[in-house]
Write a protein that binds this ligand. Structure first.
Ligand code: ADP
Ligand code: MG
Length: 232
């Protein structure tokens, strides 16, 4: 078990926050070997520009606020930033937009992260069921997961074999295998993400819900683009 993870959970509990901030959730994931986008926290427009240079273009800027659950809804996400000027502009734009949509929202800074190239989008999640305990979900479709309803479930902890079954069970699996000239997705990495998510929620029964959505899966490797963890 990782001290870093416990520290993040304890801080959230002390501050009476049930939902971890995106960078906290991603740090927890990273500690468990789940690949996430590189990120840094900017407290000024200048810092946002400097961190964008350090991370490498294109970058993405996002609001960090305990009062904002859906960042896009308050204009809190700017994609595809390609210069220092873009980054500075996006910083001010986000702060202004959030103040307009949610005047009382506490702004902790702006998250600068690498922009993950588009790829096949999957979702990895967990929910703590009152009867079965930690339950894992794998699904296809990223943003469209609710429409596609193409998901598989297992009760945690899972074995490597079960992780692979979860992947092959979804109807869209042939797409992951490579379809009509599309390169195949990295199934090994995906299985590892499911196994590590299982380990994370078993180590931490205080996790009520976890949502990695979307995870971009490449020919080699994968990247979690948005992560949410809700505590009990
Ligand atoms: P919300 O809190 O509204 O869910 P997200 O962080 O999920 O905001 O961002 C909205 C969308 O923007 C994502 O679903 C994804 O399509 C895109 N996006 C966000 N971050 C990145 C990133 N680092 N790389 C590529 N696309 C991203
Ligand atoms: Mg999201």
């Amino acid at each position: 078990m990782s001290g870093k993870v416990t520290k993040i959970f304890n801080q959230a509990i002390t501050e009476k926050r049930k939902c971890l901030l995106e960078h906290e959730a991603k740090t927890v994931c990273k500690e468990y070997g789940i690949p996430v986008t590189a990120l840094k926290i900017a407290k000024s427009a200048e810092e946002a520009a400097r961190f964008s240079e350090e991370i490498g273009y294109p970058t993405v800027l996002k609001i960090i606020s305990p009062d904002v659950l859906h960042k896009v809804d308050v204009g809190g996400v700017v994609l595809n930033i390609n210069s220092k000027e873009d980054a500075k502009k996006a910083y001010s734009q986000i702060v202004e937009s959030v103040k307009k949509h949610k005047p009382d929202a506490k702004i902790d800074g702006i998250l600068v992260q690498e922009m993950a190239p588009c790829a096949t989008e999957v979702i990895v999640g967990s929910i703590k069921d009152s009867q079965f305990g930690q339950t894992l979900m794998f699904g296809f479709g990223g943003t469209f997961v609710e429409v596609m309803k193409d998901v598989s479930f297992r009760i945690a902890p899972i074995t490597e074999e079960e992780a692979r079954e979860m992947i092959t069970e979804v109807k869209a699996y042939p797409i992951l295998r490579g379809y009509r000239g599309q390169p195949p997705a990295d199934i090994d990495t995906l299985a590892k993400i499911l196994l590590n998510t299982s380990k994370l929620v078993m180590d931490h029964p205080e996790i009520k819900e976890l949502d990695l959505n979307p995870v971009m899966v490449y020919e080699k490797g994968a990247k979690t683009v948005d992560a949410r963890i809700i505590l009990e």
